[in-house]
Design a protein around this ligand. Structure first.
Ligand code: HEM
Length: 401
């Protein structure tokens, strides 16, 4: 016990959320902390335990009875408790019931229907913004997911600018301890969503938004609060994450020796690069849980009501699960990576995210097969626990028109 406490104390001193998450390369620190016990304490963001080991993170994600999401799934909580972001912020059995409402258009069988949309959006951006031999590919990454999720929900593409601004305001406000920015952004986004729910309750149609607004849970019509929370999580989870996934992929293609050439010559390997970058640079570094009872992880005692971060990004670099984890290797076995979480809350949009990342990379490599990263890239958190390049300036031979 003394041993464990010593380890915990050592780790407690070391974990600084902001330093880690802002760091271009947090992996050695993660490893140091893992070796110091694998469970660490941070006093940032209101205080939380961090689980860094692959087995620990996976076990906690599979145990919603003790590691609950119902009091928020982010650290700190970003949402308004009156509008819990279900299914993300729900426990069984409700979580599964709400999840069913969202799954339809996000199932693997539906993905073929989005190929043309994603391809057209990407080509159109490249035509408009990448004709002269230089571009910021972070802007491309930031354009596609909001428009795709707007399309799937049945919202006007023009509304995407608004909900992107509110969503960013919310996560930045939470991450920078600016409650006014966070609360006003949440209220604006909820106001927009609730007005649409009222509209779809009066005039239902075939869109996903309408299906959620008029959905049934346990044989009863969904409440406005739950419907608002469900659309809220789709909008936020549907774009913040994927923007970083796309930008990290384009960054590694532009920088990892030989990778761009391999993918230009063998575009069928792009899905392997997608999977490896998801492992390597998990766009969501961690999600939060609240303990429903006193418990211990690796002998480290934790109290009921305390927050625990499931550090997916760190788990994906655990050498016990992924040998030589700091090597980016599209030939490695990436199965079991935790970038999309694990268990009942595993990402419902994972097939769409992969499709967007793949198509954008394919189109970029056709348009600018010789692109090079033209300016130093800052890789850091840009919104709460989300991680990705802040910008991605590239230069390339302009395509002949
Ligand atoms: C690269 C992109 C993405 C990443 C890395 C990602 C990651 C994750 C992770 C780690 C979780 C689990 C959260 C937890 O355990 O608390 C999750 C859940 C979720 N994601 Fe994603 N996501 C991505 C894209 C998307 C997209 C495109 C959508 C929607 C279209 C989406 C919708 C959701 C929803 C609704 C949940 C909650 C599922 C539930 O609680 O049952 N995500 N995502």
């Amino acid at each position: 016990m003394t041993d464990v406490t010593d380890k915990i104390d050592a780790a407690t001193v070391n974990l600084n959320y902001d330093d880690l998450n802002s760091s271009a390369c947090p992996w050695p620190q993660y490893q140091e902390l893992r070796e110091a016990g694998g469970v660490v304490r941070s006093n940032d963001l209101g205080g939380f335990w961090g689980l860094l080991g692959y087995d620990q993170v996976k076990a906690a994600a599979a145990d919603p009875g003790r590691f609950s999401s119902a009091q928020g799934a982010t650290i700190p909580r970003m949402t308004d408790p009156r509008f819990p972001a279900v299914p993300l912020e729900a426990d069984p059995p409700e979580a599964g019931l709400y999840r069913k409402l969202l799954q339809g258009p996000l199932r693997p069988g539906k993905m073929a229907g989005y190929v043309d949309l994603i391809t057209d959006l990407t080509r159109s951006w490249l035509r408009d913004h990448a004709g002269t031999g230089s571009a910021d590919l972070k802007e491309l990454a930031a354009t596609i997911p909001p428009e795709v999720i707007a399309h799937i929900l049945g919202l006007d593409a023009a509304d995407a600018d608004d909900f992107v601004a509110w969503s960013h305001g919310m996560v930045e406000g939470a991450a920078t301890d600016n409650p006014e920015l966070k609360n006003s952004s949440v209220q604006s986004l909820l106001g927009y969503i609730i007005a649409k729910i009222n509209h779809y309750r009066e005039s239902p149609d075939e869109t996903l938004f309408s299906a959620v607004a008029n959905g049934e849970v346990n044989g009863e019509k969904i409440t406005v609060g739950a419907a608002a929370g469900a659309v809220f999580v789709l909008i936020v989870a549907g774009h913040e994450t994927t923007i970083n996934g796309i930008a990290s992929l384009l960054h590694v293609i532009g920088t990892a020796p030989g990778l761009k050439q391999t993918l230009v010559e063998n575009p069928d390997r792009i899905p392997d690069a997608v999977e490896e970058i998801l492992r390597y640079e998990a766009p969501i570094q961690f999600m939060g849980r609240t303990l429903t009872e006193d418990t211990a992880v690796n002998g480290c005692p934790m109290k009921q009501g305390e927050s625990v971060a499931l550090m997916f990004g760190a788990a994906n670099h655990d050498p016990a699960r992924f040998p030589d984890p700091e090597k980016f290797d599209i030939d490695r076995d990436t199965s079991g990576h935790l970038a999309f979480g694990h268990g009942i809350h595993r990402c419902v949009g994972e097939h769409l995210a992969r499709l967007e990342m793949k198509i954008v990379a394919e189109e970029v490599l056709k348009w600018m097969p010789d692109y090079e990263v033209a300016a130093p890239v800052e890789l850091r958190h840009n919104a709460a626990s989300n991680r990705g390049p802040v910008s991605l300036q590239v230069r390339f031979t302009p395509p002949q028109s």
